[in-house]
Ligand binder design. Sequence first.
Ligand SMILES: [Zn+2]
Ligand SMILES: [Zn+2]
Length: 269
Amino acid sequence: MTINNLCKTCGTEYPQGDESPKTCPICDDDRQYLPENGQQWTNYNELSTNHKVVITELTPVLYAIKIEPAFALGQRALLVLSEQGNILWDCIPLLDEPSIEFIRSKGGLKAIAFSHPHYYSTMNRWAEVFDCSVYIHQLDEPWVFNSGSSIQFWRGDEKPLWDGMQIVHTGGHFPGSCILKVDGLSAKGGLLCGDSLYVARSKRHIAIMYSYPNQIPLLANELKETIRKVSEQEFDTIYGAFDWQNLKGNAGEVFKNSVERYQESCLQF
Ligand SMILES: [Zn+2]
Ligand SMILES: [Zn+2]
């Protein structure tokens, strides 16, 4: 019997059991929300019968991977192609045969790395298919409810990878929130940021919040710390978790202006 163990609101898959989990701790948290009619569950088989994966080229070495029609949080995962091994930044709940074939045709995955727990989705399925490691900051270990042998928790401020790429711990949105620094993405380097930085619809502001859907700000000391860590990076380009979050060439300037706005407001209380 198939148990409904995939949260319809956030797309997190919980371990198979005799019955559905009582609640989704990811959604039952101040940073998230449950629908008005309460917790809803589905399962992977159901998801795969009425949804597909769509892959879009953003640059010759960067692809966006999304579910259509939109499901749960509606985020994209980002596939970074690199000489010594490809990385999937964040994840989506569905993986279908055409997308497996596509990713394999580009050299498969060496690792999946995460910005934070909202996008863990079905990470163990992905890791099994591509026989790759999963990198999660150790401070977010309490949010991993479906542990798998591929998951590697790392500690500290930075995790150097290969070809000059590195995961940088920013904290803020979650204690273990991270960004991925990819030098080759643009002239001054690119950041893949998940929800650690949130590019506004106008593309003229970058928000850094405890909760985006619930509009809860960060504590001032946490905001300062995240700003400090991002400011240490050189970058001119940012790709976030959603379609419109592509800032090409002027991301450093937008970040600087956004920080000034924060300094003029909440940091002065
Ligand atoms: Zn959920
Ligand atoms: Zn989030």
